[in-house]
Design a protein around this ligand. Sequence first.
Ligand SMILES: [Zn+2]
Ligand SMILES: [Zn+2]
Length: 353
Amino acid sequence: MKIKSTRFGYLAKAHDAEVGERQLQETLGDNEVLVHMQGQNLCTTDYQQWMGLREHQGYPMAGGHEGAGVVVEVGPNVKTVKPGDFIAMAHNESCGVCPQCRIGNDMDCENPRGLSAVSEDGYHGEFGFAQYKVVPERTLFRMNPDLTPAEAGFLEPVSTVVKGIKKLRLQPHETVVVVGAGTMGLVNAQVAKSYGARVIVSELMENKLETARKSGFETIDSGKEDVVERVKELTDGKMADCVILAVANKIVLDQSVDLIKHLDGRILVFAAGYPAPHTDLDSNLIHYRRIEIIGTFGSNMVDYADAAMLLNTRAIDVRPMCEPKQFDLDHIQDAFAAASTPGMYRVHVTIPE
Ligand SMILES: [Zn+2]
Ligand SMILES: [Zn+2]
């Protein structure tokens, strides 16, 4: 390969993001692609580890899985991308041939290529914050060059939302309440809208409410208004067909059953909370009201393909969830600090060649 080594960002320990340098492999495999990462968004899993909340993920952590870049060089059998293509990549380690992959459930691949394994030089993670990295062709999606790297970096989060919306079996005539207008709440709201649903967003932080309003959603200020009463008013007493929980705490979990219609309402549990929230939900209520509580986490390649189309056609618009202030790789520590500030949307780290 023409590029021999790369600089990369990683977490040495909590509150300590650093930049290192490492050698790249000498040659590309048949179906491998060398990519210049132009930038990487900081996911909650990234910055919560920086904050010391997800230390079980291990150190040193060379994370980052919400990036976009440009193809530099391709292996001899690569057919779907060429040098110069603008791409984003799936956080997917599937083999493509095991039974789980064959039924389309490739996120549960039986022979994962070990993205979560420790690298030979001792790092966890997949080197998202590297200038250059080698990736399998099958994880790459060509992105619309009109998108910025920060927007294209939404491929992975949008794919997880697409997966959730499919599990929710959302219909175009339905009303959905999205609880939480952080990045993932608004991505859920955008994707739900693109599926044709009426979307009401509930949130208590003023700046997030404002972003939700500007994005064209009906909003409820849960700090000032009674959310249940407000949903009742907005739906003429029918309540929502479903609720998407994009924040995780006991209050919203317990309240979610009061936001949905009397019978056959659905609740999608999209978010995780640390420490894990518990609920006092009455199981008779779930039984008699035929409530569905649906969990979702991760996504399959088919969801990435759908997400790429939603982004590439601008059927969804993630620009409101991109923080305007960006940080270059040398200031990755400042980027983590910014991302950890309450009320922030996705913070982007630009990675120069
Ligand atoms: Zn992520
Ligand atoms: Zn597999």
